[in-house]
Each structure stands twice: as C-alpha cells, then as structure tokens.
Design a protein around this ligand. Structure first.
Ligand code: BGC
Length: 458
C-alpha cells in the first residue's frame, strides 16, 4: 500500500525549543551481548528458549549498534534530531545486577554520549528498558523488593559517570509491559505467567523509579522523567459489563502506573492491599516531583467483558490474553492498520493527552512523547509518513487545547529486534539489512529530515 505524499511544509508550527528526538533501546539494537564484560540479561535467556521468539531469532547481534554507534549518530545528525533516547543496559554496567561495576561497559555509554554531544544531539538515557540482569531475576527479579534497591545503586553508578554531560534522564520504560507481558502473561522475558500475582512487579518497578529519581537528584539532575505506555481505552458498548471491563483495563494499563507517580496513591484500594511492603511509605518515594512525564503512545484499545464467544482469547496487537481475564479485546474497525495489525488512530493521541490533563491537572508535569511509531515493510514507506504526519497534527491539536508538551520521539531510528516478534516487525526510519547490517534511510527518514529543517527555519 502506498499513500499520497504529505508535504513536510504543511505541518503546523511547533515551539522553537520543542525537543525533536528518536528513541531506541539497548536490548533491541546493541548486540555484542558477550563483549567487554557484559552480564546476561533476562532477554538473552528468554530468547534462547525454544518457541519464545516468533521467528526463532535472538538479539546477540541485533543491529550491532554497539560497534556501529558512530554510523547511527551520523544518521541522527543528518536527520537533524535534537535528541537521542537510548537505554543503558544494566547488565553491561553491573553484570550481575549487584556487586562489581564493569568499567568497560560504562565506557561504551561514555563514548556514545560524547559522540552525540559532538554532533549537537542531546543524549537522553533510559536506565531500564526491560533487560534485567539474569542474576537478579534468579533472586526473584521485580517480584522482590531488593531489585528496586539494586536498581537505585546502578542508577547512582550511571549518574556518577555520565551526569556531567547528560541533562535529560528517563528512569524506566513501560513498567506496565514488563508487569503484564513479562510476569503476568509470560509472552516477554522473564516468561512468568502469574496473572494478577504479577502485581508486585509493578510496585517494585515504581519503587525502583522513585529510588532512582533520588539517586539522580543526588547527582544534580534537573530533568528527570519516566516513560509510561498509555492509550485511551474505549469500551466495547455502553453496557454495564463492558463499561466495567473497560474501566478495569484502563485502571491496570494507565492509572496503575500514572497515579502512584503523579498523585502518590494507587487508583484502587483493593488492589493496593495486594501489594507487598510498606506501600504508603513507598508511595512517598514513588511520587517525588518529576520534571517531565514521558508517554509512549501507539494505539487505543477497545475492551469489553469476556464473551461466551471466546473473545477473551483473541489476538490483541500480537498479544494473546487468556480467557479467564475479566476483560477482552475487541476489534477497532474503520481505521487503517500497520503491518503489525495495529489500528492507526492519531486522534486518540489528542484524546489521551487531553484526558491526562483533565484527570491530573497541575500534577501532570510537562509531557514528552517518548515513543510513537509504526511497523511497516519497505523503504518507500509512505504509510509511515502518513502515520507520523497524522500523529504530529494530533499532538499539535492537544497542545493547542492547552496540554503542555515539550518533545516528541519517534520509535525508532533503525529497524531492530522487536522482542517476541523477532526481526519481522520493522519500526525504523532507517532500514537494516540483517544479512549485512547495512543501513538505508527510508522515505520517512527523508521526510522527517525535511520536517525538522522546515521547523527550524520558521
Ligand atoms: C517499547 C519498544 C517497542 C515498541 C514497539 C514499546 O512498547 O518500548 O521497545 O519496540 O513499543 O512495539
């Protein structure tokens, strides 16, 4: 499918100091998993188990960003990106998650940060993008409190090394997905299927976030955020059963991760009672003021009560929900779809941002869209251009209606390892030939470069 060309000149004007960036993560790009003292991560172990990754692949090489980072920084520079959000691999810095620090691992991020700064690009490290050190997982991973404490110690090490040059920090990426997919459903590492018993993983990640904020502040950091995944939940119908199911889904995917951080409380008392430890005390740590609130937005979800028709077992954007859950996905009809099957609904981004502003008022810090993007095949990716164009307009509309948004990061710079989907899903502005690792900018890359030039000119 191709779409009509969208002129980079026709986009509305964003503020001069708006942060235009691109996001990636370590586990999806770096490769070099056994080099320079890196320890194993849960994703190394998970991908090595038969049947876990759809195409049978793993991320031992990925896009080889570890060795080709200079080329990737060159691509960012040519694109005109103002910022690059990457993640620091915890097992590269503290191989066992606890104990000795691996200086060679830190050196890599030191080189990357320097290369970015030399290219005039702000580095935006995320401290945790899903690659828990395997040694910590074997002690309980995010189900145990100790992991939050170890995470804070690791944050301290990274801030000590990079804090003199890094201005923008992100603590966690999408604790909701780690909880749901990693511990609840077992479709991501570490592959546990605990359903609602996965909830301690949510609390401990949030506690880890709060403790990491303290560690970063101790190093003088003044621009700290979290990257939470959010999307509007649409109810399948106005019936009581569908409304209840949609509200519960919204609570688990949106409010459970936003409200402890923004309001200092869990959205539901029964749920809070299921969480371990001194929860009220922890919430004080979790809710320290943030400078930015990062939102990863991909799609809305339509949810209803599980039906006798087995709707609960339907495929949900590549994810299978077991029928015993009290909510079930429904198809969203009437919108184009990405090659991943995700509906393309730009106006849901406006809806999401306006809802957040209404729900959280002044408790919501300035927002940054820390991820937004789509999976399409091909280098002539007109669909990706249409996707980005639509979402930038939707973002602008939210800003016009009063939501304070300071930046937008495209997921992703290059095609990369798309977790349980392997290499089949291509989210990059730049194509990667996995046989040769050659990078080829797609039409969307050229389009975005022109957008950024035009925005800078006005
Ligand atoms: C994650 C990325 C992922 C992207 C596309 C987000 O949930 O943060 O790591 O590649 O979505 O699925």
């Amino acid at each position: 499918m191709t779409t009509a060309p969208v002129s980079p000149l026709s986009l509305p004007r964003f503020p001069r100091d708006f942060l235009w960036g691109v996001s990636t993560s370590a586990a999806q790009t770096e490769g070099a998993v056994a080099e320079d003292g890196r320890g194993r991560s849960v994703w190394d172990v998970f991908a090595a188990e038969a049947g876990r990754i759809k195409d049978g692949s793993d991320a031992r090489v990925a896009t080889d960003h570890y060795h080709r980072y200079r080329e990737d920084v060159g691509l960012l520079k040519e694109l005109g990106a103002g910022a690059y959000r990457f993640s620091v691999a915890w097992p590269r810095v503290v191989p066992d998650g606890d104990g000795p620090v691996n200086a060679a691992g830190l050196d890599f991020y030191d080189r990357l940060v320097d290369a970015l700064l030399a290219a005039g690009i702000a580095p935006v490290p995320t401290l945790f993008h899903w690659d828990t050190p395997q040694a910590l997982e074997e002690r309980g991973g995010w189900l145990v409190r100790e992991t939050a404490e170890r995470f804070a110690a690791y944050a301290d090490v990274v801030a000590e090394r990079l804090g003199d040059r890094v201005e923008h920090w992100i603590t966690l990426n999408e604790p909701a997905e780690v909880t749901l997919l990693g511990y609840g459903l077992g479709q991501h590492a570490p592959g546990r299927q605990l359903l609602f018993e996965a909830l301690p993983a949510a609390h401990h990640q949030l506690l880890g976030h709060g403790l990491a904020v303290q560690a970063l502040r101790a190093h003088g950091a003044t621009n700290i955020g979290i990257a939470n995944s959010h999307g509007p939940t649409w109810r399948a119908s106005a019936s009581e059963a569908d409304t209840e199911a949609a509200d519960l889904y919204d609570l688990l995917l949106n409010r459970l991760f936003a409200e402890p951080v923004l309001l200092g409380r869990y959205p539901d008392e029964e749920l809070a009672a299921l969480l371990p430890g001194p929860v009220a005390e922890d919430l004080k740590v979790i809710s320290q003021p943030l400078d930015r609130y990062g939102i990863n937005y991909y799609q809305p979800t339509r949810v209803g009560a599980p039906g006798a028709d087995g709707a609960g077992a339907a495929d949900f954007g590549g994810i299978r929900l077991p029928p015993e859950l009290p909510f079930a996905p429904r198809e969203i009809e009437g919108y184009p779809r990405t090659d991943f099957g995700w509906p393309v609904v730009p106006q849901a981004l406006t809806e999401l941002l306006v809802t957040f502003r209404e729900r959280y008022g002044d408790r919501l810090p300035p927002v940054v869209i820390t991820e937004n993007g789509c999976s399409y095949e091909g280098i002539e990716d007109g669909e990706r251009i249409a996707f980005l164009d639509g979402h930038l307009r939707a973002l602008h509309a939210a800003m016009e209606s009063g939501v304070d948004v300071r930046g937008y990061f495209v997921w992703s710079l290059t095609d990369n390892f798309e977790w349980a989907e392997g290499y089949a899903r291509r989210f990059g502005l730049v194509h990667v030939d996995y046989a040769t690792l050659a990078r080829t900018p797609k039409a969307s890359y050229h389009w975005l470069r022109d957008v950024l030039r035009e925005q800078a000119r006005r």
